[in-house]
Design a protein around this ligand. Structure first.
Ligand code: SAH
Length: 353
């Protein structure tokens, strides 16, 4: 009879302890395995050299470790590194390392595909296939952290959930992954260095507030009134700007965390001074900073990026009015690693050819 092997990282430490004690093993053995699985990111039971050989073979017979696998790693001329990660069931998501002067940022995916169909985003053109498990999110960070060390001899400093998918529609698993990433028994990274980016789902933002999360939150705003936002982000039809702003105010009151508004500058769509005034009015309602993002073409010609001097004027208007504003240049464009370009292009091509 063949046994269906269980994914060992789906068990909590307490669950592992009771599985081990049923097996007649000591609790500290479960602790050792747990450390190998998370802190040391072991990919096989055979690596767990402080366990006896019979215990290792019992683990091999009954459990599996679904480590994700790196496929098609590419390095951009600006040092950005992107890779596909193949999941145990064959699906591929993408993750990116973005090096800058003072930081090394990992950009990770939370879902296979996405359900939100934002008009400017390449991932939005794919269907949502499934949520990632906590370990699949965790593994992306581990790989990207290793690249930072190996290629640039630097520690990973920041993590952004700005890859494929809508993190707040995979709420439980994203929070479980962050729990592991920040735990001393995992990667021990700081919550302040983690940013979850959302297209804006009011109910879920309120849930983050109720859970008093410690990580940072970014809202992909991109338009400062409902009629424009509805045109580019269908999720806005059921989550009006008012409802999102109310949820963000609640989030801020519960967590004291400042919010970041991400704002892609689209030429002749949202980059006029009138748009800047409407954005300023939103910023006056909650403590927030603004990140103006250069639009990365996704190949359909629907949008163009704003002129540099238009962006400068827009940004300096906000700054003059007391809003902390940064203009983010796009990174990794030559390898389709930039925001909104993650669409498994290579894999789609491979499927077509
Ligand atoms: N679903 C989440 C996270 C993924 S998108 C969210 O919407 O926030 C991560 C960031 O990339 C978001 O701010 C998104 O709006 C932005 N983005 C998407 N497509 C882009 C494009 N073509 N050019 C520039 N930024 C883009």
């Amino acid at each position: 009879m063949s046994i269906v092997k269980k994914d060992i990282r789906a068990f909590s430490r307490e669950e592992l302890k009771s599985i081990f004690s049923e097996q007649g093993e000591k609790a500290f053995r479960a602790q050792q395995v747990y450390e190998w699985l998370w802190k040391k990111s072991a990919g096989t039971f055979d690596e767990m050299t402080n366990l006896s050989i019979p215990l290792r073979s019992w683990l091999n017979e009954n459990f599996k470790i679904n480590r994700i696998e790196v496929v098609d790693k590419q390095i951009s001329s600006d040092k950005t590194i992107k890779s596909g990660f193949r999941l145990h069931d064959g699906h591929v998501v993408e993750g990116v390392l973005i090096p800058a002067d003072d930081r090394m940022t990992a950009c990770v995916s939370s879902q296979v595909g996405c359900s939100l169909t934002c008009k400017f985003c390449a991932t939005g053109k794919l269907d949502r296939i499934r949520n990632l498990n906590p370990d699949e999110i965790y593994d992306q960070v581990v790989h990207i952290r290793n690249w930072a060390q190996k290629h640039y001899n630097q520690p990973l400093t920041n993590i952004v959930f700005m890859g494929m998918g809508e993190p707040l529609l995979n709420y439980k698993n994203v929070l479980a992954a962050i729990e592991k990433i920040t735990s001393p028994e995992g990667l021990g990274m700081s919550n302040e260095r983690i940013t979850v980016s959302t297209a804006g789902i009011a109910k879920m933002i309120e849930r983050l507030a109720d859970d008093r999360v410690k990580f940072r939150l970014a809202l992909s705003l991109h338009a400062a009134n409902d009629s424009k936002r509805n045109q580019i982000m269908p999720i806005n039809e059921s989550n009006s700007l008012d409802s999102i702003i109310k949820a963000l105010a609640y989030f801020h009151s519960m967590t004291r965390n400042r919010i970041t508004f991400e704002y892609i500058a689209f030429r002749d769509f949202n980059d006029s001074m009138q748009d800047a005034r409407e954005l300023l009015a939103i910023c006056k309602q909650i403590p927030a900073k603004v990140n103006i993002i250069e639009y990365n073409p996704t190949g359909d010609g629907l949008f163009q990026k704003s002129e540099q001097n238009t962006i400068d004027k827009f940004a300096s208007f906000l700054m003059k009015n007391g809003v902390q504003t940064t203009v983010r240049r796009s990174r990794g464009k030559d390898i389709d690693a930039a925001c909104g370009q993650l669409a498994n292009k290579k894999h789609q091509e491979a499927l077509i050819n």
